[in-house]
Structure formats: C-alpha cells, structure tokens
Write a protein that binds this ligand. Structure first.
Ligand SMILES: [Zn+2]
Length: 343
C-alpha cells in the first residue's frame, strides 16, 4: 500500500437482519436456496459500501457469506462429519459442540473463491481475505481419525494453501489466517504452529497476514481475560519465532487490552495491523482514542508498516455500533496520518 496508515478490519462485520440473526455467533440463515445465494451477495455489497463510506482502505467481504470463521471453511471439506458432534473445549476455554474428523481430510472444490471474485468485481480497493489458520481449525474439531493435532494441522495447511493460491489468482491482495489459538497453545505454536502456517502460505506472491487476538467480545472470552492479570504477555511467547517467519503482516489486539505495547518490538520488521478498536464493548471509540493507541504503537512500528485495524471481528456487535467504530477508526488514523506528514 502506498497510502500511509492504510485502514482495514480484522474480519467479520455484522450481517443485515434479513440475512441472519444480529449479534449472534453461528446464527442460522434466514433465507434458503437461491434467495440465500442472492442475499449473501447483496449483504456483501452492502458491507463493502459501509466500509468504503467509512473510509476503510483495505476492504473485505466482512465474512457475509459464512456462518462462522472456522466452521464454514471446514463444512466444505470431505473427511469431516457434521452430523457426528462432540463437545470439546475450544481454546482451552469454553465447551462447544463441534463436528468430527472421520477420515482423510481434503478439499474437493474451492470454498470462497467465487465470493472473492465477486468482491473483486465490486471494487478496485485492495482486498483482504480471511481464512482460519491450521491450529485454530484443529482446535474447533473433534478428531477421531488422525489422532494427532500436529498431523491434522499439516493436512489442513496443505488444503489452505490450495485455497489461498486460488484466492490470490482471483485478485485478493492480502490473505489473512486467523489464529486465536496462537494465544493459548504456545508450545505447539513454536513446535509446529508457525511451521504449518508457513506451509499454508507456500508459493504465494500476494501479502500474507496472521491475526492473533483474544477473541470475540463474547462472555467466555471476557471472563477469560479477567483471569489473565494486569499484563497480558501471551504475544511474548510466540513473537520471536513469528518474527523469523515469512508472514508479512501480524494483526494484533491493542485497544483497551492489557498487552504491553512494547511487545510489538519483538516483531520489528513486520507490518503490524494494530487493533485500535475494542470489539468487546458497544461504546464507540472517539477518533482521538484511536489516535492515542496508534501513537503508542508508533513507538515500536515504523510508520510505513503500521496498519490501523480492529481488535477482532465485529459480528457480535449491532450494525450501528460497528459502523460507528469503522468511522472512528478511519478518523483516528487520519489524525495520526496528518501528524506524521506534517513532520
Ligand atoms: Zn480475532
């Protein structure tokens, strides 16, 4: 990106109420068949229009065509039985009913490529596409086939790489892998998590990002955060290895978080998507609050590598709130952009 401080969002944005129940994760679709297919496209267009109106530079589909950032991708793979469900503890934190891996996993056909092509047709802005990362995928499943988290992660990495290459060919500028699990399973991240991520981006020429957050603003996550103490140093465990990886961009949670900002120093050289919008509150940040967070981050990121962003996806928020936050984000970025250019 040539523009200084290009603004983007971490991932999901609220869906229109005629498409899915607002403020709900895994919300069932309200339409069916052809109406659903058309409805998803209409929602994608609206979501894009909201982003453009708010001045978001790197736009996305806002995940309008998926029910959930992990399970929708998995639904399209063979080897996973969605009828056979087990209760597992996701991110070592909360119980969820998840599908079971019953055989070899493979991708029979592209998952999001048509959606990405559709988004590409609608805008000439740079676009970012989010995919779940291998570790977060295995953490959202019950595995009765491979019986090894690492082995299954390598299989998913191969599949993600196939999808990513086709997304790149469809004109996606940045492919982002969502890895909230990186904030929990540090030993695995260092043993094979980052390695599987690098397998997922193998051979890509477009930019690549990894999004590592403290989760959506749902109760299980906000309760967990309360147990983390006054300083959240999770990133410290994985940044040294991530700094050496071939991932271009790291997307982080910074607004209202207890992550010491100086930890960003550990990934010096990477582009950093600095979360300057809290997704766990309906309070809309002021542009000055956003600017303050960006100024703090600028102590540890070179200006040409700082990408203002949201802490995480905004699907659990009311649409009005999410739009207000998008506007605050780009207004806050503009304040700091002017300060930098005036120097
Ligand atoms: Zn997130």
């Amino acid at each position: 990106m040539k523009k200084l401080l290009p603004v983007s969002t971490a991932g999901s944005l609220p869906k229109p109420s005629w498409l899915a129940q607002p403020e709900t994760l895994w919300s069932p679709w309200k339409l069916q068949g052809d109406e659903l297919a058309d409805g998803k496209k209409d929602a994608l267009r609206l979501c894009l229009a909201d982003q453009l109106q708010a001045g978001i530079d790197i736009v996305s589909d806002g995940e309008q065509t998926r029910q959930h950032f992990v399970t929708t991708f998995i639904e399209h793979l063979s080897g996973v039985d969605f009828e056979k469900r087990e209760i597992v503890k996701i991110r070592d934190r909360y119980d969820a009913s998840v599908p079971t891996v019953v055989g070899e996993v493979s991708r029979q056909k592209p998952v999001f490529v048509d959606d990405a092509k559709f988004l590409r047709q609608q805008t000439s802005q740079p676009i970012k596409w989010a995919l779940p990362g291998p570790m977060t995928m295995i953490d959202t499943l019950y595995d009765s086939h491979y019986k090894s988290r690492e082995k299954l992660a390598w299989e998913f990495a191969k599949i993600l790489n196939q999808e990513a290459k086709e997304l790149e060919a469809a004109g996606v500028d940045i492919i982002q892998f969502d890895e909230p699990a990186f904030n929990v399973f540090f030993d695995e991240v260092n043993d094979w998590g980052i390695a599987t991520l690098e397998r997922a981006i193998e051979g890509l020429k477009c930019e690549t990002a990894v999004h590592i957050c403290y989760g959506y603003g749902i109760k299980a996550n906000t309760d967990w955060k309360k147990t983390l103490g006054s300083e959240w140093r999770q990133y410290e465990e994985i940044f040294p290895k991530l700094q050496k990886s071939s991932i271009d961009i790291v997307s982080l949670e910074c607004q209202n978080s207890r992550v010491p900002m100086d930890l960003i120093e550990l990934i010096r050289g990477k582009k950093v998507m600095v979360g300057a919008i809290d997704v766990a509150t309906n309070a809309i940040e002021t542009p000055e609050e956003v600017a303050n967070t960006l100024r703090k981050a600028l102590q540890f990121v070179d200006a040409d590598k700082l990408y203002p962003c949201t802490n995480c996806g905004m699907i659990p928020l009311p649409r009005r709130v999410a739009n207000g936050k998008l506007n605050a984000l780009s207004a806050g970025a503009e304040i700091v952009r002017r300060e930098i250019l005036a120097k």
